[in-house]
Design a protein around this ligand. Structure first.
Ligand SMILES: [Zn+2]
Length: 412
């Protein structure tokens, strides 16, 4: 791969949360070789003049479902996997064009899709996969309509849907986690509380016994991985983090005491405000039941408050979106939705450095430092003051480089 020099930029230091001096970024073999303010000559490199623009590390969305090609998860489960993959390739390509060079898939994507992106067969963000989400019977990833039996649909031989591997009891939970590890998961997704899109679980309820939660975390840690847990209520969040869960997904209903427990346990919060905004606009038209819309209303209202509480308690907050189907187009809207609770610098760090910390990839992702993957964005304006260029990336992001490869160049 040719050497690339991105000259005349102001790099964002995502570790410290500030802009650096005018610099040049030297890229070699997909990695950043050097970020330097010394103007010495760089040999045999293709040169891009950044025109004094701000350079950001490639963005990380830590809660996506790249295989959620439609909002109806039951319908999705009945699609042939080949079609799901073909449709996912569009979702992946569009995410990359919004500046997301890495995403953490919160269940659905498998190692085949990850490999397709790594080999360059599909353009898309670098994928961190969870495989199947692990759910108890009647839990958030058990999508069977009430009364339906269909257990065989939900074995882990099923397709690429978001429907879970159902596991009850410590033994089954261990096996389900080990199955995901065997299939190359980078993190383990468990359902630790009620959800909106599932028919039979109350939102404030807890899911899995403490022993089951601990077993899931123990098996993840045994494979040098970690568990991420879907949870809304204080009770569900507290149990999950005390059992060893590393990141709480959504967390809309947390209170200050719960945020304090998260801080003490070293857990991360990954809010996903976009999906509630999207479903509030579209849920009724999409035929969601009154029961689901009721659940939605109760978490939507608390979303931004939970972010505020987490920030106030010093819980590391990470960028996530959780969009389904055609609503993926709203991914960049998350930058606007978080503004009432976070500063532009806090939001930038949540989508770069803090996300890399969550993924245990500091120094490799989310930072413009020597040795990191050469994922670089050049943007118009000053993102430490306002984020419209990321919220509307078509115009605002002028250059996207992923692992040293230019995937968008709209520099004038
Ligand atoms: Zn999700």
């Amino acid at each position: 791969m040719e050497r690339l020099l991105i000259d005349n930029v102001r790099p964002f230091d995502s570790r410290r949360g500030m802009l650096g001096a005018p610099s040049r970024i030297v890229i070699d073999d997909g990695r950043i070789a050097e970020v330097t303010s010394e103007p010495r000559k760089v040999d045999t490199a293709r040169r891009i003049d950044g025109g004094g623009r701000v350079a950001l590390p490639g963005l990380i969305d830590a809660h996506v479902h790249v295989t959620a090609t439609m909002h109806d998860l039951m319908g999705q489960a009945l699609k042939p996997p080949s079609l799901v993959v073909a449709e996912s390739s569009r979702i992946l390509r569009d995410m990359l064009q919004r500046g997301f060079t890495t995403v953490r898939d919160a269940a659905g994507a498998d190692f085949g899709l990850q490999e397709a992106v790594a080999k360059g067969l599909f353009e898309g963000p670098r994928l961190y996969i969870a495989g199947f989400p692990i759910s108890q019977t009647g839990g958030h990833a058990d999508m069977r309509p009430k009364g339906a039996r269909l257990r065989e649909m939900f074995c882990t031989c099923a397709g690429l849907g978001l429907i879970g591997a159902i596991a009850d009891g410590v033994g089954e939970v261990r096996r389900a986690v080990r199955e995901q590890v065997r299939n190359g998961a980078n993190q383990i997704k468990i359902m630790a509380g009620g959800g909106i899109a599932s028919p039979s679980d109350p939102l404030e309820g807890t899911q899995f016994s403490l022993d089951e939660l601990k077993a899931a975390c123990e098996e993840a840690e045994a494979a040098n991985l970690y568990a991420m847990a879907h949870a809304y209520s204080p009770r569900a969040v507290t149990r999950a983090v005390q059992a060893g869960v590393r990141s709480i997904e959504h967390g809309n209903l947390i209170d200050a005491a719960t945020a304090r427990v998260m801080k003490t346990e070293g857990a991360f919060l990954v809010p996903t405000l976009s999906t509630y905004a999207a479903l509030a606009d579209e849920g009724e038209r999409l035929g969601w039941s009154a029961q689901m819309l009721g659940k939605l209303a109760s978490v939507s209202a608390c979303g931004i408050e939970s972010v505020r509480l987490a920030v106030a308690e010093g819980v590391p907050v990470v960028f996530g979106t959780d969009l389904l189907g055609h609503m993926h187009a709203r991914q960049s809207g998350e930058f606007d939705l978080r503004r009432p609770a976070m500063s532009p610098v806090q939001i930038l760090r949540s989508a770069t450095f803090t996300a890399a910390q969550l993924l245990r990839e500091e120094g490799r992702l989310g930072e413009l430092v020597a040795g990191a993957w050469a994922d670089v964005l050049l943007v118009d304006g000053d993102p430490t003051r306002e984020l419209s260029m990321l919220a509307r990336p078509d115009e605002g992001i002028r250059l996207i480089v992923q692992a040293g490869r230019v995937v968008k160049n709209a520099l004038a």
